[in-house]
Design a protein around this ligand. Structure first.
Ligand code: SER
Length: 261
């Protein structure tokens, strides 16, 4: 399945669940002195999460261009060293602004991956924040989820914040197992590159202020992000994102022009 089709299906799936399709915002965030670049799909919605801005919808879906070359989410040092990091990439995201919360977000994500995209459920693993018993219990009751493939990880992996300040909360990540040729058994907790995080579900509950205080958000919300390039690799049966159609067509053309095919 080509990347264009994945984008299309993602938008259609969430629009069918009452989400407003919102175009990608600028890579330079408007009115946000805390960021150089848009580094996540939730950035254009930051003020909606905190309640400072009101919109006439409470669910949104987007495919946001992101740049992770500075600040808290800086992937620059990983580019070229892993099969899955980029400077510029696209993030598929669904958002709830005080509408649904953990249970619906989990249900929708699992159904999209296993039914719409048809990914083999036995190759998926899930992580939750170490003391998030609620998320653990919700995942454990999803039909098809093997409870032994739900792992608890700490703040470094499973507590998401946009920057030093702003909306944040515990998160739950979905990983794809690329198979034994890429590393040891044991799931994402091993930190093996065999398990690639494809989707992050953030349970936005706080607004962190400059002194580090976590103030409860007016309404708990959902912010999810799935890397288009990573899910394209899964759908195209390749390990390296650069082997997907997103890059291969460009690289093939460049090689042809350079006369090195
Ligand atoms: N904001 C989260 C992330 O960037 C989920 O979209 O991973």
């Amino acid at each position: 399945m080509k990347a264009n089709e994945i984008r299309r299906r993602f938008l259609q799936y969430f629009q069918g669940d009452g989400h407003e399709a919102v175009s990608s915002g600028s890579l330079i965030p408007a009115n946000d002195p805390t960021l150089f670049f848009t580094n996540a799909g939730m950035v254009p919605f930051k003020d909606v999460f905190t309640g400072r801005e009101k919109r006439d919808y409470s669910r949104a879906v987007s495919v946001q261009k992101c740049l992770r070359v500075s600040g808290k989410h800086n992937d620059l040092e990983n580019v070229g060293h892993t099969a899955r990091h980029h400077t510029l990439f696209e993030m598929l995201g669904n958002f709830s602004f005080g509408d649904y919360f953990k249970e619906h977000a989990i249900h929708m994500a699992w159904r999209f991956l296993t039914e719409d995209l048809g990914i083999d459920k036995d190759r998926l693993w899930v992580t939750v924040f170490e003391d998030d018993d609620e998320a653990h219990a919700l995942w454990a009751k999803v039909p098809g989820v093997d409870p032994s493939k739900i792992q608890r990880l700490g703040e470094k992996d499973n507590f998401w914040s946009m920057g030093d300040t702003g909306p944040c909360g515990p998160c739950s990540e979905i990983f794809f197992d690329h198979g034994p040729e890429h590393g040891e058994e044991g799931g994402p907790a091993t930190e093996s590159d065999r398990y690639v995080e494809i989707w992050n579900l953030v349970f936005m509950q706080f607004d962190r202020s400059a002194d580090g205080t976590k103030n409860p958000l007016p309404r708990p919300s959902i912010d999810t992000g799935m890397g288009l390039e990573r899910v394209a690799a899964v759908m195209q049966g390749v390990y390296n994102n650069y082997d997907t159609d997103i890059f291969q067509e460009l690289m093939g053309k460049a090689a042809q022009i350079a006369g090195v095919t």
